[in-house]
Design a protein around this ligand. Sequence first.
Ligand code: AMP
Length: 533
Amino acid sequence: MNPAAWVERHAHRMAGAPALAEGDRVHATWGEFATRTAGAATGLRDHFGLSPGDRVAIVMRNRPEYLEALYAVWHAGLVAVPVNARLHREEIAYILEHSESAVAVTDADHAGDVESLVGTVASLKAAVVAPGERWDRLTASSPSRLIDRRAEDPAWLFYTSGTTGRPKGATLTHRSLLMATLSYFADIDPVFPQDSVLHAAPLSHGAGLYGLPHVAKGAVSVMPRSGGVDGDEIAALLGRWPGMSFFAAPTMVKRLAGDRAIADADLSHLKTIIYGGAPMYLADLEEALAVFGPRLAQIYGQGEAPMTITGLSKADHADHDHPRWRDRMQSVGVPRTDVEVRVVDDGRELPPGEAGEVVVRGDVVMTGYWHSPDATAEALRDGWLYTGDIGSFDADGYLTLRDRSKDLIISGGMNIYPREVEEALLRHPDVKAAAVVGRPDELKGQALVCFVTLKNGVAASPELKEAIRSHVAREIGSLARPDDVRFAAGLPKTRSGKIMRRILKEIAAGGTVKGDTTTLEDFTVVATLQSEE
Ligand code: AMP
């Protein structure tokens, strides 16, 4: 099933209905979208001599042309390589080179970087800027026939955001994308043509994948003009594009829940906020539910199993009177319809209550990492994807994630999960945000270092430091008493809300943040750490 077939289908059935929008303005109807993608498919093939299976990178911020490029690539039977547009030139170069992309479609903001790679990246024949004259010429080519793809053919190389090491390209086939789409209908929401999806988070990641079920059902894809999550804009767009759903990282949900424009907005047109990609702390979730009502659904997934491992449904969120509601809200929900999920230790399945590595099996799972046999062999074993996440099931089948296995801290022979300490820190009245890492320690193996940002008006002091250490010990036991508490002005996070623990570990071990934090991919908060030592 080639997703480009959906576009053709809607063009026949509802040619005049909006398909792509920028803010409140219609960019293309289904008829126009289909003509442009089928035209660009011809253009890509004829101008650059591409044949089915060749890779085309997309390096642009969210804009309607993004989806034109994506569906044109599929229409021509090519493989899309959506690249996080916030990466630096060298990182973009790495991905283009590694995927052997033949063409890169980009936008004016990234044209300088991407065009400069033609001639440097051996495989790259051309960079096409969209919108732009060349893109217009390509889309105006005479429409070509949709190229059939087999279920096992690659469709999307999903380069992992990589909080450590080099990004790896999870190879997602047409089958993976179809399963991710169908399981959205099975577990999150049905979608109708009168609905809309707002792409506030980068299309190169989760948001792009959530776009699929909406295109499948003929809903309109809306690109915010702000390019991100903006309360005023969302409040205004809700009136224009009802039945709206969007994907947001937990940090974005938290920000929106505190936004004045959202508080004043008529949320009756808001259908669903899908959040995931990083932990959502209970206090933040409760605040968000108070603002948005039962419109939140959580997903746990990774590029390797595109957004489909477990889910916590809207119904679960609404079931407030359930005796285990609070526990469930701290979980990542139950296995999605199309996959099997287990918790294992050394390949042995663990019973409920015991923590081990989460593994997943199903048609949604990648076929491997592009041109990386060693990494593939490590991640895919006996038909299961080893996620690198540690979690445990409860007796009802809800999975709670602890941490990435590599983030586990072993201190004095005890396993300490950073997330558990972070939850305890957040329950301290003066703490706004927290991140916990291990530091090598001769005596204990690893010492526990907490980075903490304080609420407005609270001053850092040695007394407060002691109070925070005692608070954690009281909450989760004296063995988890932090060895060190550092006050920070901000925490380094990726755009998807993941804490960059690699950096914090470096600082905890005595290193410093490099002056130029912009060399670190994906920063939204620059770490300006002030140790109170
Ligand atoms: P990525 O492939 O960049 O989307 O990152 C996937 C990783 O993000 C997973 O392996 C988890 O460690 C983390 N993650 C994804 N969803 C959730 C969630 N709902 N709660 C906590 N962590 C999550």
